[in-house]
Each structure stands twice: as structure tokens, then as C-alpha cells.
Design a protein around this ligand. Structure first.
Ligand SMILES: Nc1c(NC[C@H](O)[C@H](O)[C@H](O)CO)[nH]c(=O)[nH]c1=O
Ligand SMILES: CC(=O)[C@@H](O)COP(=O)(O)O
Length: 170
């Protein structure tokens, strides 16, 4: 059963009109899965009129590295239309035969969260961690209702809260 069948979405305000750009960092290690995640995330951003840029990287481990590089380059900033207001990480890690899965999953998630929290970057995490490609596709597909859409909504919600709190994402 898909998780969404068990947990209906709670309605909350995502976006209040300001349209800072969002940076999508995507790892098409499993192309069909990541393409479905991208479709879902961009459908949500388009529906809210939020512009975005997409940066592809080889695998999930490169996603936090690019987030850190973009931050270091001064590409993020609160309420500055020339800079990104949030980021969305999209990719998929599928368990293999060795312990490498744990390294990829743990480091990707640790460094995404560490960077997002330390530098107050609104981040939607759409990196799936699954046992099979079928599990991944079941979660990635569905357009805006799939996990890419969830990650975009999370990012927009955090951007909205950032504006409410008056924080500084730089
Ligand atoms: N096994 C998966 C990887 N592995 C690749 C790493 O993310 C990385 O690109 C490589 O170690 C070079 O630094 N990446 C995924 O996105 N998904 C996987 O299942
Ligand atoms: C998550 C991985 O890196 C994984 O796909 C690697 O597979 P394996 O453990 O069979 O080498």
C-alpha cells in the first residue's frame, strides 16, 4: 500500500504570492523514477506560479554537495528575487547487495538536513530510499500527488513560513 493511501494530506497554506525561484537538484540514477519525481515537483511549482531551475547530478550523494556549493556561491537568500528561496532534492536509492546502500542513504539525508538546518534553507526532500524499483515507481508516479509533489509542497510550505517568521536564508 502506498503511504499516501494511509495518510491523507493536511491542507495548509503553501504560498502567499511572492515568487522567489526554487532550485531543483535531481539525480537521474534511476531515470524513470527521477523523471516521475520531476514531473510531480514541477507540476506543483507551476500550479503555484513558482519559477525554478534544475541541476542534474550523477547520483544522490552529489545532491547535498551541490546544495552546499550553491549556498557557498551565494545563490540562496531570503526575499531576494535574484536568489533562490528554497531547494528540492529529487532522486532514488535502491538497496543492492552490499552495505553501500546505507552509505548513500545515510550521507545523502544527513548532509541534506544538516545543510538545510544549519543555513536555514527551505528544503523539500524527494530522495526515495527503497528496496525495489517497483516500490520507487509506486511512490514517484502520480504527478503532483506523488513524492516529487510532496517534496515541492514541503519546500513551498517552508518558504512560506520563512516569510512569516521574517528569517534570513542567506
Ligand atoms: N547506488 C545509488 C547511487 N550511487 C551513486 C552515488 O550516489 C554517487 O553518485 C557515486 O558514489 C559517485 O560519487 N546513487 C543514487 O542516486 N542511487 C543509488 O541507488
Ligand atoms: C545504493 C547502492 O549503491 C547500490 O545500488 C549498490 O549496489 P550493490 O550493493 O549491489 O553494489
Amino acid at each position: 500500500m502506498k503511504k499516501d493511501d494511509q495518510h491523507p494530506r493536511v491542507e495548509m497554506q503553501l504560498h502567499s504570492g511572492a515568487s522567489q525561484r526554487v532550485l531543483i537538484i535531481e539525480a537521474p540514477y534511476y531515470t524513470a523514477v527521477t523523471n516521475a519525481l520531476i514531473e510531480g515537483a514541477t507540476a506543483v511549482l507551476d500550479a503555484h506560479g513558482v519559477p525554478y531551475d534544475r541541476i542534474p547530478v550523477p547520483g544522490a550523494l552529489e545532491i547535498p554537495q551541490v546544495l552546499a556549493k550553491a549556498l557557498d556561491a551565494g545563490l540562496f537568500g531570503d526575499d531576494d528575487p535574484g536568489r533562490y528561496g528554497g531547494a528540492i532534492a529529487l532522486g532514488c536509492v535502491i538497496r543492492g547487495e552490499t552495505s553501500h546502500y546505507d552509505i548513500v542513504v545515510n550521507n545523502t539525508n544527513h548532509w541534506l538536513m544538516e545543510t538545510a538546518i544549519r543555513y536555514s534553507i527551505p528544503l523539500g526532500n524527494g530522495v526515495l530510499t527503497v528496496d525495489t524499483e517497483a516500490q520507487a515507481l509506486a511512490r514517484a508516479e502520480g504527478g503532483a500527488n506523488g513524492k516529487g509533489g510532496d517534496a515541492a509542497r514541503a519546500c513551498l510550505r517552508l518558504m512560506h513560513l520563512e516569510r512569516q517568521f521574517g528569517g534570513d536564508a542567506s
